[in-house]
Design a protein. Structure first.
Length: 296
């Protein structure tokens, strides 16, 4: 009986010692975690006046440091290119875009009443111009890209000739982007014909990415053409909830310091939201730039 009691007592002591060590490890671990967060050490609070003083100084220094979110905002340095599509119809839309007084990029459709006028005036106002080249989409002719569009039925030489013709009409453009074209931009041969007109003029290409299967950007790079791709459509649907979702996507990208190319249209809601969001983005350190600065 005595031997059994001694064994039990020894086991109990081992358990107590183990629990004591465990509690000690937990306290030390908690203390180190607090210290990493900038809080005072548990082991210096009671007997070290110097430690209290150092802790107060550290806290004071911490107050002067920007938060993590502020640091990201100040150093994001994100660049934002804003392309407004479908210019050439309306003078009032062009006038509204002038009021932004920022280096927007205007995508001008060919052969419209105001195409040449807008393309001629925009560079003097600090805005770049793209030829908004109409191309055949899926579900054509139900979905109509407009008169003069480049079609799948055209031979490559005709596609190149039409592209050259439209570029000659708008000599101030820095390049082209695609109007519709979901079907054509999936065709390597046809895109090579279109892009050939850009290569010799040293113009750039912006893939509007109306289809995720587009090969246009890859073909442009293969030809040595400066190129870029759209990241966000500002107004894929014309209701405020969906548009705000897209604008917030731009905000998130900017907060991560990501350069972004957005495409929008001249709808009143899009312009109103741009007026609302542009000051917010710029307060985050975002710079609105011409799209040519984001092409490589």
């Amino acid at each position: 009986m005595l031997i059994g009691a001694a064994v039990m007592e020894a086991k109990l002591w081992r358990v107590l010692i183990g629990l004591t060590l465990l509690v000690g490890f937990l306290v030390v671990g908690l203390d180190r975690w607090q210290a990493r967060r900038g809080e005072a050490s548990v082991f210096t609070l009671f007997w070290s006046p110097a430690s209290k003083r150092d802790s107060g100084q550290a806290a004071s220094r911490a107050k002067t440091l920007p938060s993590r979110r502020e640091t990201v905002t100040e150093k994001s340095g994100a660049r934002l290119a804003i392309i407004i599509d479908d210019l050439g119809y309306r003078q009032d839309l062009f006038d509204a875009l002038k009021e932004f007084r920022r280096p927007l990029t205007l995508a001008v459709l060919p052969d419209l009443p105001l195409s040449k006028k807008i393309a001629a005036e925009a560079p003097g106002l600090g805005m770049e111009v793209l030829l908004h080249l109409p191309m055949e989409p899926y579900r054509y002719p139900e979905v109509d890209p407009g008169s003069g569009a480049l079609l799948m039925s055209m031979p490559p030489q005709q596609l190149e000739t039409l592209t050259r013709k439209y570029l000659a009409q708008l000599p101030t453009v820095v390049g082209i982007n695609t109007h519709m074209g979901s079907r054509m931009t999936e065709s390597r041969g046809r895109m090579r014909a279109v892009l050939a007109a850009l290569s010799e003029k040293r113009l750039l290409f912006v893939d509007s990415l109306t289809t995720n299967m587009s090969v246009a950007y890859d073909e442009a790079k293969a030809l040595g053409i400066r190129a870029a791709r759209r990241q966000v459509f500002l107004d894929p649907e014309f209701d405020e909830t969906s548009e705000r979702r897209q604008f917030e996507d731009v905000t998130r990208r900017a907060a991560r310091g990501k350069d972004t190319i957005v495409i929008g249209h001249g709808h009143p809601m899009t312009l109103r939201l741009l007026h609302e969001y542009l000051p917010k983005w710029e307060a985050m350190g975002v710079r609105v730039v011409p799209v040519s600065q984001l092409a490589s």
